[in-house]
Ligand binder design. Structure first.
Ligand SMILES: Nc1ncnc2c1ncn2[C@@H]1O[C@H](COP(=O)(O)OP(=O)(O)OP(=O)(O)O)[C@@H](O)[C@H]1O
Ligand SMILES: [Mg+2]
Length: 287
């Protein structure tokens, strides 16, 4: 079975999607792992970074995005077909990366989220639609080495569907005060959910992203995060720090074809950091 990791932070814009996409690319290309990216965010950022927008729209209109899975829960239909919904060998690198697959999201997840929340029994998850994703992926998971789940900046029912299949989670943070203050509530809520659903979800660690090394505040916050880890208040902080870099921000552009990860992320710093991060990630999840 694959290692299934959610990338979570209740704060927006901290690099969840960017790190999900980077890990997916490096694991598939540099480590020959079979990777499934699940985009649970209605903003669909990961989806449109991995497939052209026209393809995504076509899929969305024909029930081949995660919207259909959740619409089925509400409507009592069974239209979602996992095999049809998974897009295989995605990305703008080399015309598509062998072994890098995507379960695409949908803008329409926003409107369905409220309705599935109404169906959820928060006192007894076993009765609610919290395991819809798990059921849909049955039989498909053994094919993959890694599943990476890009979560929206919330812990709604859609995110909980991702957590329900996760055995670990990563917390990307920008080293600023609000991000650091946001960590304990995430730890608490994931732990609470893990207990309620009776499965272990390991806090794999904190990944510092969008680091400005020349900023005093950022350096202070990195030290504080590492101190909190040493004092066992926080999970492990990854050694690798993802720098703020225009190349990393631009790498999201799926329209321009490239052939290598160096071309995608830029030679030197950004590429080296993301490559190191994926190695560190693998070392931590290898059991
Ligand atoms: N290392 C980086 N250097 C520069 N820009 C970055 C970096 N990482 C992410 N960004 C940019 O910051 C913005 C937010 O990043 P991203 O979308 O990955 O965050 P997120 O946590 O997924 O946000 P959301 O909560 O909205 O889903 C994007 O415009 C992205 O291109
Ligand atoms: Mg995102």
């Amino acid at each position: 079975m694959p290692v299934i990791t959610s990338l979570i932070n209740l704060k927006g814009g901290v690099g969840k999607t960017t790190i999900t996409l980077a890990l997916a690319h490096f694991l598939a290309i540099e480590h020959q792992r079979r990777v499934l990216v699940i985009d649970l965010d209605p903003q669909t950022n990961a989806t449109v970074c991995l497939i052209p927008e026209t393809e995504w729209k076509q899929r969305d209109e024909t029930g081949r995005t995660l919207y259909q899975l959740f619409a089925d829960q509400v409507k009592g239909t069974q239209r979602f077909d996992t095999d049809q919904a998974i897009v295989r060998n995605v990305s703008n690198v080399g015309g598509g990366v062998q072994g890098l697959d995507l379960l695409p999201s949908s803008l329409q997840l926003i409107k369905i989220q409220d309705r599935i929340t109404q169906l959820t029994d928060f006192d007894n998850y076993q009765r609610g639609p919290i395991f819809a994703l798990r059921k849909a992926l049955e039989g498909f998971l053994p094919y993959y080495d890694h599943v990476l789940i890009d979560c929206p900046p919330s812990l709604g029912i859609v995110t909980l569907n991702g957590l329900a299949i996760s055995d670990s989670y990563l917390i990307p943070v920008v080293p600023d005060i609000l991000s650091v203050l946001g960590i304990p509530p995430i730890l608490d809520r994931v732990e609470h959910f893990a207990r309620a659903t009776r499965h272990n979800i390991r806090a794999l660690g904190i990944v510092i992203s969008k680091m400005r090394a020349q900023t005093i505040l950022h350096n202070e916050m990195v030290n504080r995060l590492r101190d909190d880890f040493q004092a066992r208040r926080f999970p492990m902080v990854f050694e690798t720090i993802v720098p703020e870099s225009a190349r990393i921000a631009e790498a999201a552009d799926v329209m321009s074809p490239v052939n290598t990860l160096q071309q995608k992320y830029g030679n030197g710093g950004p590429y080296e950091a993301l490559s190191a991060l994926s190695q560190e990630f693998l070392a931590h999840v290898t059991r």
